[in-house]
Design a protein around this ligand. Structure first.
Ligand code: WT7
Length: 709
């Protein structure tokens, strides 16, 4: 790697679909602090040699060997049913055993989890591995004997950030049942679709939880979920309701006789019971995690037991640098893949202490995370650019007031602006913490791109090279490699399978092949993994030093605060409002949340625009998806700009919302509407003080090609 990066802007090339030319300034390098490297799990550069392509796939036995297996595998990678890869075939293990039981001999009294409730006057709760073992066993006994849950059954969880969530996940895993945790902030309807799609008969939820200082009624969503699932023909048999304070019901909704049960009333019958962990094939599904894509239906990403657990354990060790005695805090929500892999499975598999915080980072003020870090002596901290931007905006000088010191910090979920990275490094890391910018996805189980924290130099805004055993490349639309240092962007792909990759989309294997593998596969009958590059759906470019810079989604997905929202999902929800004839969702650059959603709608004949309709659209989206998806603005326009074939030109309205040049509109069927829309939207934005700063080249490229046609 070059010591001093070139500081010149990259050459610009013609802008086309296949080759988006991107100007960007090469950022300066930062060395990992020597004290960090001295103690790092990966501090010998020779580690890279163990994962070179000639050692694939056997290199990944190093990760699998971090686990306790009931039976060892006979085949590391079976490609016979490409691209449905099978890892560690013949091996058997239990994920709950690996995350709980195996630590008892040496670390039973060590905290497995520390739960921090949002109200600051409430004490944190420490759960040792011994205690976790007791809770997981008792809840597994309840699931098995009270609910009849068996290996292979799907169980939907709609839980907030409380220790009962990992307990329920691990209890499912103990029985070999497949958990499907739905992000607690999602609506009841969104939960209901996922219940129906996965075929769950059991829903596990909680009465309420604290968020931004207020107790949320969460049980009400369970009633909506059961109703939504019923509309899709799925019947929920039991709703298990944890009470955040046992004995004290905090929801206004009645319990449904014969269906709803308070866990704290049933659990005492299982007191002290143990359940033998069911020895599962490595290839048995461990969980489903739904995510958004180009169609209206969320995809249930199915993750395996052996491959997934091996991959998150290995990457937690080398990339999160987790040692058993660390105090590790990932501020993500367990309802996303980050929480599954890097709050629950990875850290607990390594026997460390994982901090779980119930509430919002800025409650009651921007100092909260730093007070938690100080009090609990957190030394590894993991969060998203959105959280960093928010904490920086409301309390730029807060961190200096507290006595905490991280050795390691992570950023994940969206690109981080170099300026924000530097604040993270200087003000939060106090120049003594190493930073990893980890690029990956719900589908990939664990990190795909990141620096090795003890060995590689950091570069703000770049995730770094591909992770160990991951062979990443950038291809153009024709499948030709776009070389490192060319200054051109393309589609980032992974040439090889890895143990953490998801196994399929639940129920729709054709969609799995189509979405992730068809694009660059030349021979659908090939059994050779080399013929099946994994299409990640992200635009990226590779600098001369080999580091990747991720630009963002190339599909119809908008990344809001590090979470994926599908434009189709948003639009179909808007279309449920009776007055709405057409709807189109576009991303708008936002200084805190990265992107926010704006929705353009046109009305059916006979209706005229009103704030009431705007609110109806917002509420429809909140009901169908959740608050997180609520659009910033609804623009009711007389007519949508369209192609001659009738397709809405999203790039034109996206440019309008972002005050960017709308580009070529000569191919539109109705170019005359564009000016009117621009005046309407931009005048309103001026009036609301929503004029954005000047956009960067990469932001402009994204906006101007959004949904391009
Ligand atoms: C999409 C995946 C991975 C867990 C959280 C999000 C974007 C993710 C980075 C990063 C730039 C990133 C990509 C990716 N993304 N990490 N470090 N730098 N972009 O999981 O909801 O499945 O979203 O998030 O666009 O495709 P997800």
């Amino acid at each position: 790697m070059a010591e001093v990066p070139g500081n010149e802007a990259q050459d610009s090339a013609e802008s086309s679909e296949a080759h988006i030319a991107v100007h960007w300034r090469e950022e300066e390098y930062y060395d990992p602090p020597p004290e960090f490297t001295a103690q790092a799990n990966a501090n010998d550069p020779a580690i890279r040699d163990r994962f070179t392509e000639d050692k694939f796939p056997e290199c990944f036995t190093e990760y699998a060997d971090l686990l306790a297996w009931d039976e060892r595998w006979h085949t590391t990678l079976d490609t016979s049913n490409a691209p449905f890869w099978k890892w560690f075939v013949g091996g058997k293990l239990n994920a709950s055993y690996n995350c709980v039981d195996r630590h008892l001999a040496e670390r039973a009294d060590r905290p497995a989890m520390i739960w921090v409730p949002e109200p600051e006057d409430a004490d944190h709760v420490t759960i040792t591995y011994r205690e976790l073992h007791r809770q997981v066993n008792e809840f597994a006994a309840l699931l098995r004997d009270f609910c009849g849950v068996e290996a292979g059954d799907r169980v939907t969880l709609h839980m907030p950030m409380v220790p009962e969530l990992p307990v329920a996940m691990l209890a499912c895993a103990r029985l070999g049942a497949i958990h499907s945790q739905v992000f607690g902030g999602f609506s009841g309807a969104a939960c209901g679709h996922r219940i129906a799609d996965s075929g769950s008969k059991i829903l596990i939820t909680m009465d309420g939880y604290y968020r931004s200082g207020a107790m949320q009624d969460h049980k009400v969503k369970a009633d909506e979920a059961v109703e939504a699932a019923r509309k899709e023909g799925a019947e929920v048999e039991k709703v298990l309701v944890f009470r955040r304070s046992p004995g004290q019901y905090q929801s206004g909704t009645p319990m449904v006789e014969g269906r709803d049960v308070f866990v704290d009333e049933v659990l005492p019958s299982y007191s002290g019971q143990t359940v033998d962990p069911v020895s599962m094939p490595a290839e048995a599904p461990l969980f489903l995690m739904y995510t958004s894509g180009t169609t209206g239906r969320p995809k249930g990403c199915q993750h395996s037991t052996g491959g997934y657990l091996a991959y998150v354990t290995g990457t937690s060790k080398y990339y999160q640098d987790i040692h058993p005695d660390d105090m590790y805090w990932c501020m993500a929500d367990i309802g996303w893949i980050t929480g599954h892999s890097y709050i629950v499975y990875g850290p607990l598999s390594l026997g460390t202490t994982s901090v779980i915080y119930e509430g919002t980072p800025n409650y009651p003020d921007a100092g909260r995370p730093w007070r938690i870090a100080e009090k609990l002596k957190v030394n590894i901290f993991h969060t998203s650019p959105t959280a960093i931007r928010m904490l920086r905006k409301v309390g730029p000088d807060e961190p200096a007031k507290y006595d905490f010191q991280f050795k390691h910090m992570t950023t994940v979920g969206e690109p981080i602006e170099p300026e924000v990275w530097r604040w993270y490094y200087q003000s939060i890391g106090k120049r003594k913490a190493v930073i990893v910018d980890t690029w990956w996805q719900t589908e990939t189980g664990g990190f795909l791109g990141s620096t090795l924290p003890g060995l590689d130099k950091m570069k703000p805004g770049s995730c770094g090279p591909a992770a160990l055993g991951i062979y990443a490349e950038i291809l153009d639309e024709n499948g030709e490699p776009v070389p490192a240092g060319s200054g051109r962007a393309g589609n980032i792909i992974i040439r090889n399978p890895w143990p953490g990759v998801f196994q399929t989309i639940w129920g729709t294997p054709e969609r799995f092949v189509q979405t992730y593998y068809a694009k660059y596969n030349k021979d659908p009958d090939s059994k050779d993994w080399r013929d099946w590059p994994y299409f990640a759906g992200d635009g990226a470019l590779q600098a001369p030093d080999g580091y990747f810079r991720i630009l963002g989604r190339v599909d119809d997905v908008i990344n809001v605060a590090g979470h994926r929202l599908g434009t189709k999902e948003l639009e179909s929800s808007a279309l449920t409002v009776v007055e709405v004839a057409e709807a189109a969702a576009v991303p708008v650059i936002d200084d805190i949340r990265g992107r926010v959603v704006e929705m353009y709608v046109s009305l059916k004949p006979g209706y005229s625009p009103s704030t009431e309709i705007e609110n109806k659209v917002k509420e429809a989206i909140e009901t169908d998806i959740g608050k997180i998806a609520r659009p910033k603005n609804i623009w009711i326009v007389p007519d949508m700009p369209k192609t001659r074939s009738g397709k809405i030109m999203r790039r034109v309205i996206a440019a309008t919302s972002n005050f960017a040049d709308v580009g070529d509109i000569t191919t539109l069927a109705n170019p005359e509407v564009v000016d009117g829309i621009r005046h309407q939207v931009q005048a309103a934005k001026h009036a609301r003080g929503e004029v954005p700063r000047e956009l960067t080249e990469t932001e402009l490229a994204e906006i101007k090609s959004f949904g391009a046609e």
